[in-house]
Design a protein around this ligand. Structure first.
Ligand code: SF4
Length: 351
């Protein structure tokens, strides 16, 4: 179904589906057994704008750690389970707000029934995850290779396995690292799947290539009205996933608010490390809940004029730069203090 029509599903204190806002997910890359490190990373993700966090649960120690992590997390926690149904049950007992499994590889129907019974007892949703890289052999043979139709058939089979256990608190994710195959699979599953869809391009690459591929794929899928939660999968700091996801939603007009950073393309007039500075500003503003535009400009000659659409900005010069507001120069600032001055302005914005 399209996002206005999907079933409403509760994940902790969040609700997805049925026209609710599209939520941003990410996944920790710490050892889940290390509660302190995992909580610290979840906190960073939350501050960057992440709304649901998935953590891997590969060991009994990780399942046990989940309860401590959950108590200190500002966002719902999804337990990621592979193969071992006992880990799924342990994660549920530790307070996971949702579990992600592939019902086809959890050790058979009886094990799946036990997992679903545990989820049902606490009314936590199950995300059915299917990845093009792990399609069943018979489906690959039936469609003559890995195809969008094959991914959809495999996913719907898994959904029916959960439904056969009389449970319908389901979220579905179908992923492929092939961008257009992923798009076609979502186009095919949306009309026949009543459950919310978690959308992402899997194994999409490094921060740069993965962000581009995710923006293209998610852009097409989301613009068709498909998708209730998203994840941008990147080989990098998971905070980058959240920053990119927010930009994708904002670019599509699916989310407003938050700081927009505009920066000049640089030219021969640039006298400072504007590339590094723009990156630092982008990371810094991710923590602010302000609906404003910030400019990072390369020179004091044209920068203020070119940045007049921005609410506030900085322009770099020789050893000093400018603080600008709506294109007007406010004051000169030593170059190495530009970032700190901008931060101070944001800290006091609207006061
Ligand atoms: Fe070049 Fe200055 Fe314009 Fe940046 S703001 S592109 S450095 S003229």
């Amino acid at each position: 179904m399209f996002r206005d029509e999907t079933r409403k599903i509760h994940i902790g204190d969040r609700v997805i589906g049925g026209g609710n806002p599209i939520l941003i997910q990410s996944m920790t890359n710490t050892k889940t057994e290390d509660v302190e490190a995992t909580v610290a990373q979840i906190d960073r993700l939350y501050k960057a704008g992440c709304e649901i966090v998935r953590v891997t649960v590969p060991t009994p120690e990780a399942a046990k750690a989940l309860s401590g992590i959950k108590k200190r997390s500002a966002v719902p926690i999804v337990a990621d389970i592979h193969f071992d149904y006992k880990m799924a049950i342990a994660a549920i007992e530790s307070g996971a707000d949702k579990i992600r499994i592939n019902p086809g590889n959890i050790g058979g129907a009886n094990n799946l029934r036990e997992v679903v019974a545990a989820a049902k007892e606490r009314m936590i949703p199950i995300r059915v995850g299917v990845n093009s890289g792990s399609l069943e052999k018979d489906i690959v043979e039936k469609y003559g290779g890995v195809t969008a139709q094959g991914i959809v058939e495999s996913a719907l089979d898994k959904v029916h396995m959960i439904e056969d256990c009389n449970y319908s608190e389901i979220v579905v994710s179908i992923k492929s690292s092939d961008v257009m195959m992923c798009v076609r699979a979502h186009e095919a599953i949306a009309p026949v799947c009543p459950y919310p869809l978690h959308v992402g391009i899997t194994e999409s690459g490094t921060v740069k290539s993965g962000s581009i591929r995710s923006a293209v794929g998610l852009g097409i899928i989301l613009d068709k009205g498909i998708g209730d939660t998203i994840r941008v999968s990147l080989t990098g700091d998971p905070v980058e996933e959240v920053v990119t996801a927010k930009l994708i939603l904002k670019s599509l007009g699916l989310r407003s608010g938050g700081v927009d950073v505009i920066s000049c393309p640089t030219c021969g007039r640039t006298n400072i490390d504007i590339i590094g500075l723009a990156g630092e500003v982008e990371r810094m503003v991710a923590g602010y809940d302000l609906d404003i535009k910030v400019a990072v400009m390369g020179c004091v000659v044209n920068g203020p004029g070119e940045a007049k659409e921005a609410d506030i900005g900085i322009a770099g010069g020789k050893q000093e730069g400018l603080l600008i507001k709506k294109g007007k120069i406010i004051k000169k600032v030593p170059e190495d203090e530009l970032l700190a001055v901008l931060k101070e302005e944001l800290d006091n914005w609207g006061r």
